[in-house]
Structure formats: structure tokens, C-alpha cells
Ligand binder design. Structure first.
Ligand SMILES: [Zn+2]
Length: 137
């Protein structure tokens, strides 16, 4: 499927500048996604950067500790991406699980196993996801 210039292989990410410009706190969303054990280890108020290792490329980059934990630890827990979740929520969680590395509809589908790449692409372009700062790279 192609929508304008975008296909199920086009990459998207969560634009964190958009969140800041709209006075919204992305860290709250990430904190909500953490498992109960990890919630106890972190405080929402204290922003801390840690070295995050990309599991595929081995590249190290500085990342908010909350997002690092959500992607490296909690993202693997079965309840993190639960099949009963609404699709838009599952897609948002897929970005958190990937440490907000750009992902295509096909890659998101491989992660969440919900809907189809075409359906996910449509969601990525929906007003609801746009309001969550989901942007094509
Ligand atoms: Zn956890």
C-alpha cells in the first residue's frame, strides 16, 4: 500500500520536540509503560541519561533512563504489548519498546502482531497518532 509518498516500509518515530512544544511530558507515558518492579526503581521527577546499547547494531547512545529501561527490560514482558490493547496504544508501545528508533509499519507489525502492515500504516497517519507526535522520518 502507498499513501502519498509513504509505504509500509517508510519509517516513523515519536517526535519528542513536538511533545515539548505542546507542553506534554513524554516521560510520563514511558513511566506508565514500565512494569511494577521498574516503576519502583525510577522516579518520574528525576531525569537521568544512561548508555543505551542497541540490541541489533551494538551502537551505544545516551538515552533517558526510563526509555532505556522500557525498551531493554519491560518491553520484553508479555503485558507490555497485550493483544487486548487498542491498536494505537500497541503502536505507541512498539515505539517505546524500540527506544524510539524509527520503525516502519512492517517492523511494527512484526513486533505487535496485530492488524496488518497496511492497517498500521493507516493508523500511523491518523489524526490520533499525529496528536501523539508520530511523524514520518
Ligand atoms: Zn520492567
Amino acid at each position: 500500500m502507498t499513501v502519498g509518498r509513504l509505504t509500509t516500509k517508510s519509517k516513523f518515530y515519536i517526535d519528542l520536540d513536538y511533545w515539548e512544544q505542546n507542553g506534554r511530558n513524554f516521560r510520563e507515558e514511558v513511566y506508565d509503560a514500565l512494569c511494577e518492579t521498574c516503576k519502583k526503581m525510577y522516579s518520574l521527577e528525576e531525569a537521568r541519561l544512561v548508555d543505551h546499547v542497541d540490541p541489533e547494531t551494538g551502537q551505544v547512545k545516551r538515552m533517558d533512563a526510563l526509555l532505556d529501561c522500557a525498551s531493554a527490560e519491560c518491553g520484553h514482558a508479555p503485558e507490555f504489548l497485550n493483544p487486548k490493547m487498542p491498536l494505537t496504544r500497541a503502536i505507541f508501545r512498539a515505539f517505546i519498546a524500540a527506544g524510539n528508533e524509527p520503525q516502519s509499519a512492517e517492523e511494527i507489525y512484526a513486533r505487535i502482531k496485530k492488524g496488518s502492515p497496511n492497517i498500521i500504516l493507516k493508523e500511523l497517519l491518523s489524526q490520533q497518532m499525529e496528536a501523539d507526535g508520530i511523524t514520518a522520518v
